[in-house]
Write a protein that binds this ligand. Structure first.
Ligand SMILES: C[S@@+](CC[C@H](N)C(=O)[O-])C[C@H]1O[C@@H](n2cnc3c(N)ncnc32)[C@H](O)[C@@H]1O
Length: 356
């Protein structure tokens, strides 16, 4: 019988390794259109078809799934087993699929499946293109995992930008604000102090969860709505908001004009929009390091203004702000304040736009 195995040694105790792998696997499978309900009696489903059934669940030791790989032959059952064993001061985690050879039979075909479906994705995932994409997504473009959740719940190094945007928006109780790419909801929390109503949208399911938890009171009071969605197709009706903000998002957008046009669509007449730019001067600095830098789009002042105008905004201008005083005020450590210095060009760019 041929088994398929994938294995890794983690510098974690078995319980922590088990919890981390189950959580990450659950989130990653959802992104692939597969629902994993972990726990005793749990299951794995692809659409309406139950692919896996949890038949053993031993936190810290492993789990086993009765596995049906072919919806067209639902009677054929194999076994998927995740095993955790202590090695040195850490844990070896091995996922093993037993009986898979029967699904293919011919050993040359089996080699073809293994090379194409297991080895090539492993080699690709460990190459600069896919690894750089994973890293960019994980950290910033679609944040996921415990480190990103903690970062975006308290994004200290983004607070200077938040302060500039709040100063430009001058929110009042009568405002209804949209935060596009709201991350862990820290900007929303700061904005809600004005007494305004607000909504956030983000395409990372984990960020939406963090933003909701961080702003539970406002959510329960009906002052806040946080939705999972794409900035290029905002899940809100025309003319909903009096103002909108976008910070730390612009550089990741493949079609920023389409996103700005969406923002304009959901603004009321007279609605104002403030967006943090992605300054070319930051490329390769700690604010935009590799591998993010080569995946970001950077805009000078003229480019940024053109984006606003092309999206249909009428009153469009770019302002530059020295972030250092805001960084000091926000509690950024003294040693890191030079990162926020205005430099020759006159500081970070912000696009200010208004819908007439
Ligand atoms: C660098 S984080 C900034 C988060 C937050 N605005 C802040 O400043 O702390 C970028 C955020 O934009 C979100 N994002 C990027 N592209 C998006 C898109 N097309 N639609 C919705 N959200 C997007 C990411 O998921 C992530 O949460």
């Amino acid at each position: 019988m041929a088994d398929v195995r994938a294995s890794i040694d983690l510098a974690l105790p078995p319980d922590a390794a088990f919890d981390a792998l189950v959580e990450e696997l659950t989130n990653a499978l959802v992104r692939l259109g597969i629902r994993f309900e972990p726990g005793p009696g749990g299951s794995v489903a692809e659409g309406a078809f139950e692919v896996g059934k949890v038949v053993e669940w031993q936190p810290g030791l492993g789990l086993a799934l009765e596995w049906r790989h072919a919806s067209w032959s639902p009677g054929v059952v194999t076994e998927m087993r995740l095993r955790l064993e202590p090695v040195g001061s850490g844990t070896r985690a091995t996922l093993q699929h037993r009986g898979w050879d029967a699904a293919i039979g011919d050993p040359v075909e089996l080699a073809g499946w293994f090379a194409g479906q297991v080895l090539a994705p492993l080699l690709s995932a460990s190459s600069p293109g896919a690894f750089g994409d994973w890293f960019t997504d994980r950290r910033a473009r679609r944040p996921s995992g415990p480190a990103a959740r903690a970062t975006y719940l308290h994004p200290l190094y983004h607070l200077p930008n938040f302060r500039v945007i709040l100063a430009e928006l001058a929110l009042t109780r009568d405002d209804h604000l949209l935060d596009v790419g709201c991350g862990g909801g820290a900007f929303l929390s700061a904005a809600l102090h004005s007494g305004c109503r607000a909504a956030g949208v983000d395409h990372s399911a984990e960020m939406v969860r963090v933003a909701r938890e961080a702003n539970r009171e406002a959510l329960d009071a009906g002052r806040l709505d946080v939705r999972e969605g794409d900035a290029a197709s905002l899940p809100f009706a025309d003319g909903t908001f009096t103002c909108a903000a976008m910070t730390g998002v612009l550089g990741f957008l493949p079609d920023p004009v389409a996103v700005f046009a969406e923002v304009r669509r959901v603004l009321k007449s007279g609605g104002r929009f403030v967006c943090l730019g992605t300054d070319p001067e930051l490329k390769g600095t700690p604010a935009a390091p590799e591998p993010m830098a080569s995946r970001l789009r950077f805009y000078d002042s003229a480019d940024l203004e053109a984006l606003g105008r092309d999206a249909g905004f009428d009153d469009v201008r770019v302002v530059r702000r020295d972030l250092q005083p805001f960084a000091r005020e926000a509690g950024v450590p003294e040693a890191h304040l030079p990162l926020f210095a205005a430099g020759k060009g006159g500081g970070a760019r912000f696009l200010l736009a208004r819908r007439s």
